[in-house]
Design a protein around this ligand. Sequence first.
Ligand SMILES: C[S@@+](CC[C@H](N)C(=O)[O-])C[C@H]1O[C@@H](n2cnc3c(N)ncnc32)[C@H](O)[C@@H]1O
Length: 226
Amino acid sequence: MLTLVLAEAEVELVPAELGYHPVVIAHARQRRKQPTQILLDSNYHHAAMNNLPEGRRRGRPDITHLFLLTALESIVNKRGQLNVIVHTRNDLVITVSPETRIMRNYERFLGLIEKLFEKHVVPDEKQPLLSLQQNKPLKQVIEQVQADEVITFSKDGTSVSLPDYFEELKKRKKRHLLCIIGGFPSGTFHNDLKTIPTNVVSLYPDMLPAWTVASEILVNYGNLSR
Ligand SMILES: C[S@@+](CC[C@H](N)C(=O)[O-])C[C@H]1O[C@@H](n2cnc3c(N)ncnc32)[C@H](O)[C@@H]1O
């Protein structure tokens, strides 16, 4: 089993202090919603985010969109070997059912996540494809999965060849791997990784997008069972 955790993903509703900014009001009006019912998105709210703490890092639901498309449409997921979790900067946790088909259209994806934030489950309780839990720190998410090995991906980690690394784990009978990928565009994890028993590994000397790291993990994990 492979669990992918997109950690500290920059997905949040527009904070109350930005609800009065003209660009946010105009965007919300266009979407026929209240300003604080829409997701913060640097594509649209850039001008309002200049004075927001960590404004250059926040408002990036596009990263989560591309990550989910990559993960859910992978061969590993089709084989029933994948578990996907999104943890956000505010310790909200989105559990994603493997049958979920994420819409490729970004605007529709934003609408889906906004509905999830409002209802806490979509499409409904009977058929929960995405569900939302609050106040769940990353450490708790990881402990609950009870994986055999927890691996954090970071440019600054120990350099590994992923095929060899996964083969070695397989030899050591580590069957359930939990891989943590940052869901933010820049900077480092806010969580202190020293408090989480994890190996921190690097795939490449330069920074890669989260969905590229996810696809490397998925392909190499998938090759193990060939
Ligand atoms: C866009 S990066 C975040 C930026 C961060 N400054 C960095 O260098 O990792 C998104 C995530 O992809 C993963 N990542 C990016 N580059 C990586 C690399 N070279 N090796 C392993 N993981 C990487 C990390 O989990 C990172 O948090």
